[in-house]
Design a protein around this ligand. Structure first.
Ligand SMILES: [Zn+2]
Length: 267
């Protein structure tokens, strides 16, 4: 059915009135940072956050989230930052600024390619606990590699972290015995502490990171001169990545013992 003339007139006026208004609004209130980061798989990073951390927050608009405790946080502060600044004052969008190369062959990363090492601490406090006591209340014992080792470790039950590590643990337990050496005497999981040499909280503070056997690992700060090295077999890395963990062996600032639950970077 044809629209009445008055409706057509309204649409006509609305069209020509609203478009310039929208354009003027865009000029007055420019959106921050032109390029929106994508996930490594080319996905939208906001979709990745919503999919990986369901029921933790809602989107107020494309640059603002409302956490389920009512706190409001902006996603992109609009600042263009160099690498060092980003490490110190990352916003949520910055966390996606370096795509994580899941499934790639082990290779020395290019300078400052540290996917996942850029973290907004406020974001992790909201997800996993605001302080040590809060995080500890969400930790649960997990039998590490059942049938292989007789050891219990602690991991955070929030946001699927514990469930994902349980799957990793069971799949690692099924690997041939030659892999066990990398996975025994693990370096640890939960510890409320800063990252070595910084005042920023380590992801270990939130009970979402695990260091495997340090005796077979390389950490950039342990080496007097920078030299990327890795002994951790990719079979182990693949199992962690399959279940939402990133690997510190994919960082220029290498930490090859370190695995961290960051499903949004693998989404
Ligand atoms: Zn670690």
């Amino acid at each position: 059915m044809a629209k009445p003339a008055s409706a057509k007139a309204f649409i006509f006026i609305a069209y020509f009135a609203i478009l310039p208004l929208a354009a003027a609004t865009a000029l007055l209130f420019p959106q921050p940072a032109a390029t929106r980061p994508e996930t490594a798989q080319g996905g939208d990073y906001l979709e990745a956050l919503l999919a990986c951390y369901p029921n933790m927050f809602i989107m107020q608009d494309t640059n603002t989230i409302i956490w389920n405790d009512g706190d409001i946080q902006s996603i992109d502060d609009g600042e263009l930052k160099d690498f060092e600044t980003m490490l110190i004052k990352a916003d949520i969008a910055d966390q996606f600024s370096i795509p994580y190369p899941a499934g790639a062959a082990a290779a020395p990363p290019a300078r400052n390619q540290d996917p996942g090492r850029i973290r907004n601490t406020a974001f992790f406090k909201k997800l996993y606990g605001n302080n040590a006591a809060d995080v500890q209340a969400s930790l649960k014992p997990l039998l590490w590699m059942p049938g292989v080792f007789d050891r219990t470790i602690l991991f955070n039950t929030r946001c699927g972290a514990w469930d994902s590590l349980k799957k990793v643990s069971e799949e690692l337990a099924a690997l041939p015995a030659r892999f066990h050496v990398y996975l025994e005497n693990i370096g640890g999981t939960y510890a409320w502490r800063p990252i070595q040499g910084t005042d920023r909280l380590s992801p270990h503070s939130f009970g979402i990171a695990i260091d495997i056997n340090t005796a077979y690992s390389h950490y950039w700060l342990w080496d007097a001169t920078y030299q990327y090295q890795n002994k951790i077999p990719m079979e182990i890395v693949e199992i962690f990545e399959k279940h939402g963990f990133i690997w510190g062996g994919r960082w220029y600032h290498y930490d090859t013992m370190h695995f961290e639950y960051r499903p949004e970077l693998l989404w």
